[in-house]
Design a protein around this ligand. Structure first.
Ligand code: BES
Ligand code: MN
Ligand code: ZN
Length: 498
């Protein structure tokens, strides 16, 4: 199915299914001359997500579907994304080969042409996602083309933008959903290298075990030593076209580092996890995938700042060679760590990645994303990721960006005393806090805090939101959500506009 953008002025193109929207307590916003049969017209209330369909509209040969937008004052980008997803899903269910979403110019002004264009295409693309790589019998899709018809240039600009973002989201979901046997460190790193071929402004370096040894990444190497799959560390760089000095704007001198946990399968190691839901630990690379997703979009955007993406990739396996509870490892900055629980491995691979970022990149801002703790799902569920850090402005900016894209964050506490709780008995740090202290997600954040120096830093614990979110039409269910990529893109673009 392809999605194309068209104008809503002039003659209505031929289509099997005409989709229009209805605001609460208003008449359906149909093209001039098109009318619902009187009896059906009366039933249309325009409540959010209300669907009313007829094959007997006057003024057109197409069948016509009204989708409720809800109250005008309650119309948001998220609602527009949801109706965009509903539009494509209903068109598929109704068996149309060609469908046209017609946006009334009067309606467009409520959210703005650009925002509408962006949200509708995001919803339509993300809402039609399927993961069928492993199905012999793939679902047949009768829908060949979905046309989004809106007002002119702004709508088109928004749609172009939305497509870039949605495609990045889908790219991330594919990485997440791919099972651990086909998404090992090498495949994740390969995906990163492929991204670099999409733009001359993106480069990708991959560090191997020997490089890590030289750099002294004992924590990452410690996690990886129980697996026959060698660990890799991905370093993507996006450089703006014009040098910061030549552009002369402030945003351009910013260097932002995104760090993502790329644990391609987490058995827990010797501190092994129960069998029950161990399979979903294939999602433990979701933070890394989200970082890769940003670079997927960066090749199509023109952001003025330098962006670094660093993803430590490893498996966490139990094995004769595996790291044992109580073992001490030494991170790249010399810090020694008692590994009291081998299942708290995310922070171990991340701490070396953070050291690496400090030493090799020296960014102004670090944002890390990780499926770090089950506790974040207990506290916040699948709809909110936890955000922690040492810079309240950064945290707040991220939260606002998340609100606008429908990937929401909620702050969790992180204070000096939490950091103290991570002091080790025989080493500098331990990787878990004492039993009974609770605040499991904060503990993970507190551990990482030791490795960011004075750099402005935020940590997003996405263990709950990376998969299994509730059905919001464009996302939801047991599969990966692609959480984080669109949020980070929104954050970067807002910063670029400063
Ligand atoms: N990858 C897990 C966290 C996780 C749990 C992600 C559930 C998604 C769903 C992480 O490596 C882990 O095992 N964390 C431990 C930390 C504990 C040992 C301090 C946890 O949450 O139990
Ligand atoms: Mn673990
Ligand atoms: Zn993990």
């Amino acid at each position: 199915m392809k999605i194309t953008i068209a104008d809503n002025s002039g003659r209505l193109p031929k289509t099997d299914l005409l989709i229009a929207f209805t605001l609460a307590d208003e008449s359906p916003s149909l093209p001039t001359g098109v009318r619902f049969p009187a009896a059906l017209h009366k039933q249309i209330k325009g409540e959010f997500r209300e669907l009313k369909h007829t094959d007997a509209a006057s003024g057109t040969k197409a069948s016509v579907l009204s989708i409720g937008l809800g109250k005008k004052a309650e119309l948001t980008d998220e609602r527009a994304r949801r109706v965009g997803a509903l539009a494509v899903q209903r068109a598929q269910a109704l068996g149309a080969a060609h469908a046209l979403v017609w946006l009334d110019p009067k309606l467009e002004s409520t959210l703005g042409s650009r925002a509408f264009g962006q949200a509708l295409i995001e919803g339509a693309l993300m809402g039609s996602y399927r993961f069928e790589t492993y199905k012999n019998k793939k679902k047949a899709d009768k829908l060949k083309e979905l046309v989004l018809a809106g007002g002119g240039k702004e709508f088109k600009t928004g749609a172009k933008h939305g497509r870039t973002r949605a495609e990045a989201n889908l790219f991330v979901r594919d990485l997440q959903n791919t099972p651990g046997n086909d998404m090992r460190p090498r495949e994740l790193a390969e995906a990163a290298q492929k991204l670099a071929t999409r733009s001359p402004r993106i480069t990708c370096t991959v560090l191997e075990r020997a490089d890590m040894k030289k750099l002294g990444m004992g924590a990452l190497l410690g996690v990886a030593q129980g697996s026959i799959e060698p660990p890799l560390l991905v370093h993507l760089v996006y450089r703006p076209e014009k040098s910061p000095a030549r552009r002369g704007d402030k945003a351009a001198v910013t260097k932002i580092a995104l760090v993502g946990k790329g644990l391609t399968f987490d058995t827990g190691g010797i501190s092994i996890k129960p069998a029950g839901k161990m399979w979903d630990m294939k999602y433990d690379m979701s933070g890394g995938a989200a970082v890769l997703g940003v670079f997927h979009a960066l090749s199509e955007l023109d952001l003025p700042m330098e962006v670094h993406g660093v993803v430590p990739c490893s498996e966490n396996m139990p094995d004769a060679a595996a790291i044992k509870p109580g073992d001490v490892v030494r991170a790249m900055n010399g810090t020694t760590i008692e590994v009291l629980n081998t299942d708290a491995e995310g922070r171990l691979i991340l701490c070396d990645a953070l050291c690496y970022v400090q030493k090799k990149v020296g960014p102004d801002v670090i944002i890390d994303l990780a499926t770090l703790t089950g506790a974040v799902g207990v506290a916040l569920g699948h709809e909110f990721a936890g955000v922690m850090g040492n810079d309240s402005k950064l945290r707040h900016d991220l939260q606002l960006a998340g609100e606008s894209v429908g990937e929401r964050l909620w702050p969790l506490p992180l204070e000096d005393f939490h950091k103290d709780q991570m002091r080790g008995e025989i080493a500098d740090l331990k990787n878990i806090s004492a039993e009974g202290l609770g605040a499991g997600s904060t503990t993970g954040g507190a551990f990482l805090w030791n490795f960011v120096g004075k750099t402005s830093w935020a940590h997003l614990d996405i263990a709950g939101t990376a998969w299994g979110s509730m059905n919001r039409d464009w996302v939801g269910g047991s599969l990966g959500s692609g959480f984080g990529t669109r949020l980070l893109l929104e954050f970067l673009e807002r910063r670029a506009a400063l």
